[in-house]
Each structure stands twice: as structure tokens, then as C-alpha cells.
Ligand binder design. Structure first.
Ligand SMILES: [Ca+2]
Length: 727
């Protein structure tokens, strides 16, 4: 039984009280055909509403809508950014199938490891939208607000909407206060607020369309950036007392959301005023997860991980509320995973239309039985792009409680059990090999079925800059963002282009480097002296890493080498980037600046370097520096979780960087955290000399952990077949 016929049955059997708009016998469809209001907020996170758990934001109207209908607690957007989800909402197709896979026009990053494919930067006129289907069936149709699906030739008017108020190619308004700078929306009085205006446009549309079924597509520009809100509302949230444990604190964002909620309230009131409440299907959702970037992020999606532009749940989980009196039970909720494409399928069934939707499933059966499953084995995402929110090109699949993320740069995979671990904190890829293989296969089959587009490998740029010879190998000295860097290249790179990266003292004790060059490693160094591993040094390392791994194609996970103070650089960078590190070799490494140069224990004081610590880390006093919780010895959990193996070589008579205050503390804590560390003590040796007389254990450690399986196989083959050339 379709929803339309179900309603007719309920209405005629008197099960519920519904006022018939006109006689069923003469206008069967029109009588039962509900109005549809599809409200899409922009960048609204899964836990931004009062009813979805926010303790800071105030959304009484949306909370009431949820109580009068069904809340979907595991609703997904088709993408982690705007345009693809909006296209999916109108067509019922996966963005990958539409080849509209990024926000329009997207970013063109030339120096990344992968280049985006030639994707479609508009909703093509060949696609038939929900509005076109309903218009053909006699509906009035209107689009209000953000469109963001291409240029002038693919505006809402060309995709089945009779009316367009504000929709164009833009992804955000130049201003939330009139004059708006939106060519498709006449400016209101100076200072009028855009969200209020969009609500007013919707109310006016409802008031003038009471006699004919309508589709009203209200795409609020809020709560996307620029964060601009009415000052009296901002003040209200600024005055709120702190809420313990609350991670949503942005008063401007909260004020924007309150305006959006109020506009929704006025739309709902308008339906009631015109007697349309009962026969109107109201859907409220968002196009991607909440924005969590910056020092004062717009919102937090906690307990979900990350936010807009990231492959994790915070990027794709959205609120979804559906109200349809008499059909959807009030105060109901549904935990079945659903996705953007399901909404057009649902609307079409609700309107008694039979058009097939490629990738969506009607949620109608869930209205009746929220515990039902939908007839599909998984949901999937394919994003062959980079995004400032954290994404490198990836694909993902959710099947049952499991979610797999596959990174297209290097094939790395992460597997999470969302029921046990909704925050995606524990990667089970190694423990659950059967599940990993099953999801990988399903994802690959799906990508094939939608003809997913693949990013292309960027041609590897050769090293440039001043060329010289270093122990018989080519050395290039060059600048990255004004910083001096260098790379020594092997005669032939091992497969996967492995490399080691020195934190300070490049060239001191070169034996391991020379041996690794002979095995196809690159050796790299960035000169950031006197920074002692400060946050600024970590940021500089990030840029150097990006240059080497993306532009020059070196492996995604180098081995790090930290001699003495180089330990602070290596460990602090690794703590910030655990997924980018294969292993760490520390040689008498400093792991706590309180030991050296602070010498608050047994270490040897260096006044000059301690001054650098205070300055570079921004401490106002010794006391503040000593209370700092960010030394490597206190930050090992992430490295242990990432299973990064450590090797420390040290002299047990070191009086400059005493081993027990550094290596000893790291070893004890790392092992307690489940991490692996190998210690090689040199009896009676002081801080110098570094290294070992026979470097074999160091070389083997770096080779074992920093070289790819393909490199291991290649070396085995070249040793067994010495006539073969390196690739
Ligand atoms: Ca968005």
C-alpha cells in the first residue's frame, strides 16, 4: 500500500480525523496529495539541536517539530560538503553516480599527491529533479535560499521550480544583512536579516498556495559562514553561564541557529493558520556535518569525530526530522541508517508517484515500523578530492554496525564498529581482517556500479635547488616557504619511496643514512634551529612533509630520527601526526624540556636554550613552562594507539640528557600503554658519541618499519637477482 493510499484508507475508515481538501471521488490524487516542505539547513551538525543533545543552542521550534514527528538518529548526508548532498536530495542519486562529488567549484590543489578527476560542476539539465516530477503531477513548486548547483543555465527555474528566491551558484551569502549581494533576491530594508527574510518568503508562499498541492524547498543559507547574527541574540548567548563539559560555545553560531529555528517556527505556524498542517509532509535536515575548524569553531559534533569535510561521522551525520500528522507517529524515533537520497524517494511515494529513484529508499515503511530495516546492504561515499576539513581523497562504506574508510592516496584503511565505538577512536583493520575484506569488496563493487571517478596520480616532481654530492649521492638544497630544506636521493628509489627525516643534526653520524640510501631510501632534513620542537616548528614540519610526500611522492609515513634535542622535534611532530609516522629512532633524545635544557632534574642546564623554550612556546615564566603538559613524555598515548615502534640508543652515563629522565620515562609509559620500544644502552657512555659503532640495528629498525612491503619484496628479489636494476 502506498502512503497516499494508506492515507486514503485511514481517512475513509475514520481512524484519524483529517479534513479532506476536496472530494476523493473527483480528485483522488489531489485530495490525498500532501504538500511537501523540504527544509535544508546549511552546515548544521548532528548534535546542534536541543532535541539532538545540544545544551547550549536553543531550538524550541525544531524540538517541537521532532516531538510531533519522527527523529532519525542515524541520518547521513550524501557527502561531507554542500553541492553533492544538495544534488542527491533533488535527484535521489549518489553524488558519485552524478559525478558531482565536491562543492562547486571546489579546490584545485596542484601540489597534492593526487589530482581530482574531471568531475561535473553543475547539476546537469539531463537530471530530473524531485521538483520536475512533482510539477508534472500538478504541484506548484518553489525554491527559497541557497542553491549552489551551478551557474545561470542550471538555476532552480531550469530544474522544475516555478519560483526562485535567492538561489544561484553561490555557496554562501556575501552578507547575512541586507543588502545581501544575492542577485536572485531583491534586497530588503537595510539591516534585514537573511534567515528572517527566507522564512518570510516561505510564509508568504504558503499563504498564496492554499488551494493546490505544493513543494516548497527552503534551503536556508544559515548556519554556513560568514558567521553573522543579530547582535541582541549574540549577546544573549554571550551572557550564558558556562555549562560544564559543554563543547558548543560559539555565541554567534548559536544566534544564527536561533534565527533559523524561529523561521522554521513561523513556517509551521503558517501551515496551522491556513489549515494545512495535517496534509503537509514536513522534512528538516542538513547538507553535511557541523563546521569544527579554527580557533573558535562554529560548533562541535561530539561525541562524533571531526566535522564538515572529514570522512568521519562528524562530517556526514546530520539531523533529520519528518512530521506528517496521521502517518508518522508523534514522539517517535528511528535508528535505521538513512541518507539524503532517501528523501526524494520518500516524497515521491508520499505523493503517490511511481518514479524510481536510483539510490534512495522510501522511508515510508519506517514511519509505520521504525525498527524495520531498509532493503539495502550498505551506504557508501566516494570523495576523490581534498578538503580543508581534513579529507584527503577517500571512499567509505557503512554496513550494519561497521564502517570502513579507504584512503585513495596510499590505500590505507580504517575500520570502526560504530555501535561499540561511535567516536571512531579504535581502528580495527588489523584485528578484523574478514570484515575488512568483506567491506573492501563491497565498496569496490559499489564504486564500479556507479562508475566512480578516480583521482589521478600527480606526476612526481623532481627535486630542484642547489645540487651537490653527499657521500656519493645526489643532494638538493632548496627552500620551502622560505625555510631551508634538503633531500639526499638514492641511486634508485625503493618501491613506495621510503624516507627518513632528521630532527636537527643532519650529517652527524651519517653511517645509517648512507646504508639506507644504498637500500633506496631518501634522507630529508628541514632546518628550523633553536625552535626546540615548538608548535611553530611542528607547523613548519607539516609544510615540509606536505611538499615531500605530495609534490615529490615520498612515502606517506617516513621514519623519524631524533638525535639529542632532535627528539623534541620528532616526538612533537609525531604526536601531532601519528598517522604519518612509521617509526621513531631516538639517539640520546630529549623527551622532556624540563630535563634538558631546563635541568630541573639531573640534566645539564643550558640557559640559552631554556630561553628559547620560554620564547618559542610562549611561556611567561619558568613555573608555566614546568607545568606544561605537552612534553613527549606526557603525550605518548596517541603514538601507542597508532602502534608506532620506537628505538632508543643512549649512553647510560649521559649527564647532559640523563637517560632515566627521558628514555627511561618514555619506555616505562610507552610499554604500559601497549606500545613497543627497543632500548640499546651503551654502558659508561656519556651524551657523546651518538649512534653505534656498528649501525646495523639502527639500519634494520628503520628498514623494517619505514619500508613498504613492496620494498621488502623488491630488496629480497634484487639481492637474490643482483643483476636486476632498481626500479
Ligand atoms: Ca553545507
Amino acid at each position: 500500500m502506498s502512503i497516499a493510499s494508506l492515507i486514503r484508507h485511514l481517512q475513509t475508515s475514520g481512524c484519524i480525523a483529517i479534513v479532506l481538501v476536496s472530494a476523493l471521488s473527483t480528485a483522488t490524487r489531489a485530495a490525498a496529495a500532501p504538500n511537501v516542505i523540504l527544509i535544508v539547513a546549511d552546515d548544521l551538525g548532528a548534535h546542534d539541536l536541543g532535541v539532538t543533545g545540544s545544551r547550549f543552542h536553543e531550538t524550541p521550534n525544531l524540538d517541537r517539530l521532532a516531538h510531533e514527528g519522527m527523529q532519525f538518529t542515524q541520518a547521513y548526508s550524501a557527502c561531507t560538503v554542500c553541492s553533492p548532498t544538495r544534488a542527491a536530495l533533488l535527484t535521489g542519486k549518489y553524488p558519485a553516480r552524478l559525478r558531482l562529488t565536491d562543492w562547486i567549484p571546489g579546490e584545485n590543489r596542484e601540489n597534492e599527491r593526487l589530482q581530482s578527476p574531471e568531475w561535473t560542476k553543475q547539476l546537469g539539465s539531463g537530471e530530473i529533479t524531485l521538483a520536475e516530477h512533482l510539477k508534472t503531477s500538478g504541484y506548484s513548486t518553489a525554491h527559497i535560499g541557497k542553491w549552489h548547483l551551478g551557474g545561470p543555465e542550471v538555476r532552480p527555474e531550469m530544474h522544475g521550480f516555478d519560483l526562485n528566491r535567492g538561489g544561484d551558484h553561490r555557496g554562501q551569502p556575501p552578507s547575512y544583512f541586507s543588502p545581501y549581494g544575492l542577485p536572485r533576491l531583491l534586497d530588503g530594508p537595510v539591516g534585514e536579516y537573511l534567515t528572517d527574510r527566507e522564512g518570510d518568503e516561505a510564509v508568504q508562499y504558503i499563504a498564496t498556495h492554499t488551494n493546490r498541492p505544493f513543494l516548497l524547498h527552503v534551503c536556508f543559507h544559515g548556519v554556513h559562514t560568514p558567521l553573522q547574527a543579530k547582535s541582541e541574540l549574540v549577546d544573549k548567548y554571550r551572557r550564558k553561564p558556562p555549562i560544564p563539559g559543554n563543547s558548543q560555545t560559539n555565541a554567534v553560531y548559536a544566534a544564527m541557529l536561533e534565527s533559523l529555528d524561529a523561521a522554521v517556527g513561523r513556517i509551521l505556524q503558517s501551515l496551522a493558520d491556513h489549515g494545512l498542517e495535517t496534509n503537509t509532509l514536513v522534512i528538516f535536515t542538513s547538507d553535511n556535518g557541523g563546521l569544527v575548524l579554527g580557533s573558535t569553531p562554529a560548533t562541535s559534533n561530539a561525541p562524533l569525530r571531526s566535522g564538515k569535510g572529514s570522512p568521519y561521522e562528524g562530517g556526514v551525520r546530520v539531523p533529520l526530522i519528518i512530521r506528517w500528522p496521521g502517518v508518522v507517529s508523534p514522539v517517535s524515533s528511528c535508528a535505521t541508517p538513512v541518507i539524503s537520497m532517501d528523501l526524494p524517494a520518500t516524497v515521491l511515494e508520499a505523493c503517490g508517484l511511481t518514479h524510481r529513484v536510483d539510490d534512495g529508499r522510501s522511508l515510508a515503511r519506517l514511519f509505520r515500523n521504525p525498527d524495520d530495516a531498509l532493503d539495502r546492504p550498505f551506504l557508501a561515499w566516494h570523495y576523490p578530492h581534498y578538503h580543508v576539513g581534513g579529507a584527503t581523497p577517500y571512499a567509505a562504506i557503512r554496513a550494519g554496525d561497521w564502517k570502513l574508510i579507504q584512503y585513495l592516496e596510499d590505500g590505507r584503511r580504517e575500520l570502526f564498529n560504530l555501535r561499540a565505538d561511535p567516536a571512531e577512536s579504535t581502528n580495527l583493520a588489523l584485528q578484523q581482517s574478514d570484515k575488512l575484506a568483506q567491506l573492501t569488496r563491497q565498496l569496490s563493487d559499489w564504486q564500479h556500479s556507479v562508475s566512480a571517478q578516480w583521482p589521478r596520480t600527480n606526476p612526481i616532481a623532481p627535486f630542484s635547488g642547489r645540487q651537490s654530492v653527499w657521500f656519493g649521492f645526489d643532494r638538493h638544497d632548496f627552500a620551502v616557504d622560505g625555510m631551508a630544506g634538503l633531500v639526499v636521493s638514492p641511486k634508485g628509489a625503493a618501491p613506495g619511496r621510503p624516507w627518513v627525516w632528521h630532527g636537527e643534526f643532519f650529517g652527524h653520524k651519517p653511517d645509517p643514512d648512507i646504508a639506507l640510501l644504498g637500500r633506496g631510501f631518501h634522507i630529508a632534513y628541514l632546518s628550523v634551529p633553536d625552535q626546540l620542537g615548538s608548535p611553530d616548528a611542528v607547523a613548519k614540519w607539516n609544510r615540509f612533509y606536505g611538499e615531500l610526500s605530495r609534490r615529490h611522492g615520498l612515502a606517506a609515513r617516513p621514519g623519524l630520527v631524533g638525535l639529542s634535542r632532535g627528539g623534541l622535534y620528532c616526538y612533537n611532530w609525531a604526536v601531532a601526526n601519528p598517522e604519518k609516522v612509521s617509526c621513531i629512532y631516538g639517539d640520546a633524545p630529549v623527551c622532556d624540556f624540563r630535563s634538558w635544557p631546563g635541568a630541573f632534574g639531573k640534566g645539564k642546564r643550558s640557559d640559552r636554550d631554556w630561553q628559547f623554550v620560554l620564547e618559542r612556546y610562549g611561556f611567561k615564566s619558568d613555573a608555566e613552562a614546568r607545568a606544561y603538559p605537552g612534553n613527549p613524555v606526557d603525550q605518548l598515548a596517541g603514538l601507542a594507539a597508532a602502534k608506532i615502534p620506537l628505538l632508543h640508543v643512549y649512553g647510560d652515563a649521559d649527564e647532559v640528557v640523563p637517560w632515566d629522565e627521558n628514555t627511561g620515562v618514555v619506555a616505562e609509559r610507552y610499554r604500559k600503554l601497549g606500545g613497543s620500544i627497543t632500548l640499546i644502552a651503551k654502558p659508561g657512555v656519556h651524551h657523546h658519541p651518538h649512534g653505534l659503532d656498528d649501525s646495523t640495528p639502527i639500519v634494520n629498525f628503520l628498514w623494517e618499519h619505514a619500508a613498504s612491503p613492496e620494498a621488502h619484496a623488491w630488496r629480497k628479489e634484487t639481492i637474490e637477482n643482483p643483476g636486476r636494476k632498481a626500479p
